[in-house]
Every structure is written in C-alpha cells, then in structure tokens.
Design a protein around this ligand. Structure first.
Ligand code: SF4
Ligand code: SF4
Length: 164
C-alpha cells in the first residue's frame, strides 16, 4: 500500500488525459444503471482497501467544515463554536472553513481519527465514489485519484466496466 501511495500522483498524472476523456463521454451519455454500478465498484474496492493502512486523504488534504460540522464537533469538545473555530480552523479563498494545517490535527499516529463519530460530513463521504449521479463530480474525482488509492482503482474499474 505504501509504495502505491508513493507512486499514486505519477500514476494518476499518466492516466489524466485518458480519465478526462472518459468522464467527458460519461457526462454526455451516462448509462441508466450508473448509480448501481458505482455502488458495486465502491463496495468491492472498500472490501479490499483498509483506510487505516492509508489515511492519505487525512494526511494531505483537509475537509471543508460546514456550520453543522462545527457545531457538532465543538459540542463534542465542550467548546463554544467560536472557540473551536479559533483553535482549529481558518477560512480559505472560497470562504469555506478548513483546517489550519495538514495532516489533520485529529489524525492519530495509528491513522485513527480521534473524532471519528463526529467527523465532518466531507470525511464521511470521501472519496464520494458511491454518490448518486457520479458523472457530475468528475472534476473532483480527477483530483481525488491523485491522492486516494481507492478512488484510483475505482476509476480504473469503471473504465473496464462502462463502455462510453
Ligand atoms: S479514503 Fe482513500 S485516501 Fe482516504 S484513507 Fe481511504 S483509501 Fe486512503
Ligand atoms: S477529521 Fe478525521 S477523518 Fe477527517 S481528515 Fe481529520 S482525521 Fe481524517
């Protein structure tokens, strides 16, 4: 897994044009059963991929924090929301709340998330490969395959399984 993660950025760059063309065609004419296929590919990949051996998303990018995320996590720490924001968050160029630094402050040395039960929605949903109308997030997916080995594998399987 560690070798795969180390080489992932290059592997994804090599596949970038091919993936971009595939997603452009997919967006144009998504198959009727796309949601079903994506759920199958997502489940199969995460049966063999153990995120605890990876945590590359938590190490290299941070999630956006919604107001609901902030309220829930601040409550978990028995902090006021403003205290939580001041201690852990900053505002990015799109005006969204993000972590002050990566790797994520809440990631342990054992790759466990110390706020797993209350983690941000974006963390729960990452890498979004089981979301409905997957063709609509192709730009995000093109970025995610550079950092998430599971997303990379899922896109490779998509190209084998879905004829566009
Ligand atoms: S979601 Fe992807 S990048 Fe994050 S830990 Fe799992 S396999 Fe690694
Ligand atoms: S909150 Fe938890 S799941 Fe989300 S990036 Fe931080 S360590 Fe990872």
């Amino acid at each position: 897994m560690q070798d795969f993660i180390k080489n992932l950025s290059k592997l994804a760059k090599d596949k970038h044009n091919e993936n971009k063309k595939f997603f452009a065609k997919l967006k144009n004419k998504p198959p009727k059963n796309l949601d079903y296929v994506m759920q199958e590919l997502h489940d199969a990949e995460f049966k063999k991929t153990d995120c605890l051996e990876c945590a590359n998303c938590c190490k290299t990018t941070g999630p956006l924090f919604t107001d609901k995320d902030i309220e829930r996590i601040a409550k978990h720490f028995r902090m006021k929301t403003q205290q939580f924001i001041t201690k852990y968050l900053s505002i990015d160029e799109d005006n969204d709340y993000v972590l002050q630094s990566v790797p994520c402050t809440f990631l342990g040395a054992d790759n466990y998330c110390s706020i797993y039960e209350v983690r941000p929605k974006a963390c729960r949903e990452f890498p979004h490969t089981d979301r409905k109308k997957f063709q609509q997030i192709s730009n995000l997916t093109l970025k995610n395959v550079e950092m998430c080995p599971a997303a990379f594998n899922i896109v490779e399987e998509m190209k084998k399984r879905i004829k566009v």
